[in-house]
Design a protein around this ligand. Structure first.
Ligand code: NAP
Length: 322
């Protein structure tokens, strides 16, 4: 019996309910993980409000956590009871004291990385890995545009990009966030509520534009992000914080300079177990080496703004199905 956050219909934060649920025995290929911390992500909001569809209700929520394996089912080879593990891409249901989940989604957590950091960085950090190493491999000396630079994904991306010698132009919603982004390696924070980010990007790049835009805002920024790209530049639209991008005329890409566009998700990039392990390994090496540290910032492993976490407690009330 464990406590878990469940939702029985899409809606506002009020649909999140704490229930007591019973845990099944792990079946073939599954592991029971007792969480020490779980991560909260913007994508959880999309699922809660119904923008991304749940398979059925009631259901759990959350994709990210870290803890200790208590039991494994048959045919689980790489993970054993007692292992410290973390994950950032699982079936829904991470907001729980413990859960049974596919063992192949788990990654062993290096001993230098604590559970809270593990739970806070897996989804956002692996997202940054695929965005800047695989969707578009950013290169030393380049200048790129990133929206929500002071957010969870944003702060990791700023640090990682700076460590690679890449100049980040980052949009943020306030002066306070501009300071935070700058302290994490964003070279040119732009407070978009005050300044026109297209004009600022053109000024910084002397009219050339940037080779890539990482846009997780969606509807509100899409068109203007395209206007920041250099010819044959890549638009990476990877989120919908302001709402999904509406259908658009493909000819726009030609008119604005033979642009490329992609709409990636972490799920695709870590779908194969080997890719998941390689992505996590790359992230762990950056975190362990402190490569993201700069004179005025902390490394990813001790971020300034700790993420909210849920710790384990024993359930007392009768069981329900989530
Ligand atoms: N495709 C993928 O694989 C993938 C994986 C992980 C995350 N994501 C996406 O990446 C984005 C960042 O995720 P995160 O968890 O790190 O969240 P986050 O950046 O911490 O939060 C989202 C930020 O978006 C900005 N924003 C701008 N317009 C907004 C609006 N209309 N409503 C709400 N927020 C708005 C806000 O920052 P300002 O106030 O500074 O504008 C807000 O803090 C999300 O869109 C998420 O869906 C995508």
């Amino acid at each position: 019996m464990v406590k878990a956050i469940c939702i029985s219909q899409p809606g506002g934060p009020e649909v999140l309910r704490m229930n007591n649920v019973s845990l099944p025995e792990p079946g073939p290929g599954e592991a029971l993980v007792r969480h020490h911390a779980v991560g909260l992500n913007y994508v959880d909001v999309y699922y809660r409000i119904g923008l991304y569809k749940q398979p059925s209700y009631p259901c759990g929520i959350g994709f990210e956590g870290a803890g200790i394996v208590e039991k494994v089912g048959p045919k689980v080879k790489e993970i054993k009871p007692g292992d410290r593990v973390a994950y950032g891409q699982s079936p829904l249901g991470a907001y729980a004291e413990a859960r049974v989940m596919p063992a192949e989604r788990l990654v062993k957590l290096p001993k230098e990385i604590d559970f809270k950091t593990g739970a806070a960085m897996m989804l956002q950090g692996m997202t940054v890995q695929y965005l800047i190493r695989r969707t578009y491999r950013i290169k030393k000396g380049e200048t790129i545009l990133l929206h929500a630079a002071a957010g969870g994904v944003g702060l990791i991306l700023c640090q990682w990009a700076k460590s690679l010698g890449v100049n980040v132009i980052g949009t943020v919603g306030s002066d306070e966030k501009a300071k935070l982004a700058k302290a994490h390696g964003c070279k040119h924070p732009i407070v978009y509520t005050r300044d026109d980010f297209v004009a600022v990007v053109k000024k910084i790049t002397k009219g050339a534009g940037v080779p890539v835009v990482y846009d997780s805002i969606g509807k509100d920024t899409f068109e203007r992000s395209l206007n920041c790209l250099s010819p044959r530049g890549l638009m990476v639209t990877f989120g919908n914080a302001s709402g999904p991008v509406p259908p658009f005329e493909l000819g726009t890409l030609a008119a604005k300079g033979s642009l490329y566009i992609t709409r990636p998700t972490l799920g695709t990039y870590v779908a194969k177990h080997a890719d998941l392990l390689a992505t996590a390994r790359d992230l762990f090496s950056v975190v362990r080496s402190g490569r993201s540290r700069s004179a005025s910032t902390r490394p990813i492993r001790s971020r300034k703004r700790p993420r909210r976490t849920a710790t384990s407690r024993r359930a007392k009330r009768p069981a329900r199905r989530c």
